[in-house]
Design a protein around this ligand. Sequence first.
Ligand code: PRP
Ligand code: MG
Length: 181
Amino acid sequence: AADLEGDLVNILFTEEDIQRRLAEMARQIEQDYEGEDLLIVGVLRGAVMVMADMARSFNRHLEMDWMAVSSYGSGTKSSGVVRILKDLDTDISGRHVLIVDEIIDTGLTLSWLTANLASRNAASVEICTLLRKPEALTMQVDVKYVGWDIPNEFVVGYGLDYNERYRNLRDIGTLAPHVYS
Ligand code: PRP
Ligand code: MG
């Protein structure tokens, strides 16, 4: 773990910070959805860690499902087009849906996903994200639960990748310059 963590130049949130915040958010969500059924939907692949840890912070019944989406084409999100790579296995009509992701950057992914799920006649569709970059937002996204707002810096760890690596870091931080070169 030392080698992997050694690539971080600055740790923004430790494993302990993250677990504490997720537990706080779970308590709030338990209150808000008291007496209601709840389906949490994780956005593959980055949300795997948040889903696994947050789900285990709950002391109530819930169901879990997953979606995978991708911006269309070359990997830049500038086209504004999102496509479904893996759809839900669950019929969400009449269900209370909470979308869980680890970061909102431009907002494209979650604004599109929220509209898409709402069109399936869900009883409600809300968003829970561990991180949000207010300065990077290019569209309006109504987020009900946010772990932390962060500056517009590239962060890795806890599901967040750089070229598919660093997702398995326990902490969240910024990469040392030598990693990019
Ligand atoms: C990342 C991240 C969010 C999304 C946020 O996922 O996990 O889902 O981008 O960016 P946005 O607000 O600009 O849409 P990505 O599409 O890179 O795939 P991944 O989850 O597999 O890493
Ligand atoms: Mg993602």
